[in-house]
Ligand binder design. Sequence first.
Ligand SMILES: *[C@@H]1O[C@H](CO)[C@@H](O)[C@H](O)[C@H]1NC(C)=O
Ligand SMILES: *[C@@H]1O[C@H](CO)[C@@H](O)[C@H](O)[C@H]1NC(C)=O
Ligand SMILES: *[C@@H]1O[C@H](CO)[C@@H](O)[C@H](O)[C@H]1NC(C)=O
Ligand SMILES: CC(=O)N[C@H]1CO[C@H](CO)[C@@H](O)[C@@H]1O
Length: 349
Amino acid sequence: MQTLRNIKLRRLASNTSLPPSSSFTHLPRMRRCLSPVSSCLAFSTGTLLLASLLLSMMRSCSDSGSSLIKNFSASTASLTVNRAKEIGLLNATEDLYDGVTVEMKEPMESEVFVSLLRASMSKWRQQGKKGVWIKLPIQLSSLVEPVVQEGFRYHHAESDYLMLVHWIPNTPDTLPENASHRVGIGAFVINNNREVLVVKEKNGGFRGTGVWKLPTGVVHEGEDICAAAVREVKEETGIETDFGEVLAFRQTHQSFFRKSDLFFICMLRPRSFDIQKQDSEIQAAQWMPIQEYVDQAYNKEHQAFKYVAEICKNKSEGAYVGFSAMPISTSSSAKNTYLYFNNLNFNKL
Ligand SMILES: *[C@@H]1O[C@H](CO)[C@@H](O)[C@H](O)[C@H]1NC(C)=O
Ligand SMILES: *[C@@H]1O[C@H](CO)[C@@H](O)[C@H](O)[C@H]1NC(C)=O
Ligand SMILES: *[C@@H]1O[C@H](CO)[C@@H](O)[C@H](O)[C@H]1NC(C)=O
Ligand SMILES: CC(=O)N[C@H]1CO[C@H](CO)[C@@H](O)[C@@H]1O
């Protein structure tokens, strides 16, 4: 259906010697051909769009078809709101900040898209809208160029879409920033023999250094820190654990592309003891007496590692208390969240 419509539009565009009279003669036939497809378009009034196209065509008399399309775009740009309503607008949802979001789904010719966007923008401007978001799935990457030409900038991207944004008012924009941090965990797993679970990594900064380090990893989107720590330990070493506490955290900058990094050192209690290391990332894994771990030259020479090792040692001696994870249910929604806090005095609260 979409293809049929595109063919029709191209035919309109490439019909280089269409006299005014034949515009009239062709009108009913074209209407018949096109109106059934309008229902599956991303905008609601495809038929009216067509009518407007034909109107423009009549106005521009014996134009060449390509200038017809150009003039069609130019004329929609100056349309009033009422007129814009007639020719069709992009489907948008409003947000709580006087903004609108257009989520493009169906393929669309860029000329048609630009016309709809201009008409929509003029309506949003009149309505006092501020931020305009356009989400383009990767299949519609050909629309990136026209959106940028209309004054939009990139906001963020994921593997399957690009989000572009435009701030309408003449005031400094108050759009939310894109993600600024990556979140990671380091897992301090200690058994009843005061041995720490340590690994040697095959890749990254520690490759070939011989350093035994805590298992580490990145927290997934939508994953809790406490769950990420348990998952990473299981993935890298095969050891099952229960989350205990967040012992400390570190923030670094410019660590991953331009993003900052938040790294949480977590203490976990093992529930199993047989190590089955992950071959792709881990060169070796073992249980190591805590003092041996602390005494590694690397940990003495690097301040952050020195403190972390000391905190872990103190924890293993019962001389340190970190933050426990308390599940908190949020009002009506089914989403659970965790509050991390030092619960030494919790019962007194
Ligand atoms: C357009 O918006 C209407 C009403 O919100 C919605 O039902 C429809 O699915 C949307 N169409 C597209 C193509 O997004
Ligand atoms: C993302 O945010 C940072 C500031 O935190 C900014 O410097 C950067 O330009 C933003 N990136 C995009 C694509 O807007
Ligand atoms: C670890 O414990 C020792 C002895 O109580 C103390 O001096 C040191 O400050 C503690 N270190 C940290 C990082 O808490
Ligand atoms: C053939 C025709 O009418 N072309 C017009 C298209 O629009 C431009 C600018 O609006 C005019 O200069 C052309 O004459």
